[in-house]
Design a protein around this ligand. Structure first.
Ligand code: FPP
Length: 215
C-alpha cells in the first residue's frame, strides 16, 4: 500500500492525512475482494523498518490502525471475514498486542475472505524466527513444508498475485518465502487512488500471465 506520503504531499497535507486516505482505500479494497470472491487478501500495512520513521508518523499510523482494525471487527464479523495479523508482535506494547489478538480470536471461525494484515512485518525477520522455532522444536529433515508451517502464514496458500502501488519496483521484504512463484504487478497509482477499477485491471492482467513454475 505504497504512496500515502506522496499523495498527501501533493495536496500540501501532513503524511498522516495520506495514511488516513489510505485506510479508506483499505476498507474499500477489502470490500471489493470480498465481493469478487477472492479467498485471501494480504495487505502490507507496516514493516519492521517502518518503526524507524519519526515518532509522530509512527504514532499516527498506529492510531489509524487501531481505529481501522480493532473498531472494524463488528463490520468484518457481519461480512464473515477472518482476520490474521502477520508480524513481530514483540514491538507492540501489551495492550495493543492483546487487542490485536482479541480481534483475531473473535473472527477466527469465520469462513469468508481471509484478511491478513502484515503489521510490524519483515520477510527476513519472519524466516529468522521460523528457523529459531524449528531448532527449538528439534525438527529433523526440515523440508519446504516444515518451513512454511513455522511462518506467520502457516496454513495459508502462497500468494498468486502481489500488487505494489506507488511506482516503486521492489519487494521491500514482503512475503519473501511465500512469493517464490507469485506474479508481480506494479502500478504508478498511489495507494489512496487505487480503486476497484485499478484492482480489476491488475486481476485481468494476472489472468493473461502464463505461469510455468519453472517448467
Ligand atoms: C506506505 O506509504 C504506507 C505505509 C507505511 C502505511 C500504510 C498504512 C495504511 C494504509 C494505514 C491503514 C492500514 C490498515 C491495515 C488499516 P508511504 O508512507 O511509504 O508513502 P510514500 O512512499 O509516498 O512516502
Amino acid at each position: 500500500m505504497d504512496g500515502n506520503g506522496r499523495w498527501a504531499s501533493k495536496r500540501a497535507l501532513p503524511r498522516t492525512a495520506g495514511h488516513k486516505a489510505g485506510s479508506e482505500t483499505f476498507v474499500k479494497t477489502v470490500d471489493a475482494c470480498d465481493r469478487l470472491g477472492i479467498e485471501v487478501l494480504t495487505v502490507y500495512a507496516f514493516s519492521t523498518e517502518n518503526w524507524q520513521r519519526d515518532k509522530e508518523e509512527v504514532g499516527g499510523i498506529l492510531k489509524i490502525m487501531h481505529a481501522y482494525i480493532i473498531k472494524y471487527v463488528p463490520e468484518l464479523m457481519k461480512k464473515n471475514i477472518r482476520l490474521r495479523i502477520l508480524g513481530d508482535m514483540s514491538y507492540f506494547d501489551e495492550e495493543s498486542r492483546k487487542a490485536l489478538e482479541e480481534s483475531e480470536r473473535k473472527l477466527q471461525n469465520n469462513t469468508g475472505l481471509t484478511l491478513c494484515v502484515a503489521l510490524s512485518y519483515g520477510g527476513r525477520n519472519e524466516i529468522r524466527q521460523a528457523v529459531n522455532a524449528i531448532i527449538a522444536a528439534g525438527e529433523k529433515d526440515v523440508d519446504e513444508e516444515t518451513v512454511s508451517r513455522y511462518l506467520y502464514t502457516a496454513g495459508l496458500p502462497d500468494p498468486d498475485l502481489v500488487i505494489r502501488t506507488g511506482g516503486e519496483k521492489r519487494i521491500s521484504n514482503f512475503l519473501l518465502w511465500q512469493s517464490a512463484y507469485a506474479e508481480y504487478y506494479f502500478t504508478d497509482t498511489l495507494w489512496p487512488d487505487f480503486d476497484e477499477d485499478c484492482l480489476k485491471e491488475a486481476i485481468a492482467e494476472f489472468g493473461n500471465r502464463k505461469r510455468r513454475y519453472g517448467k
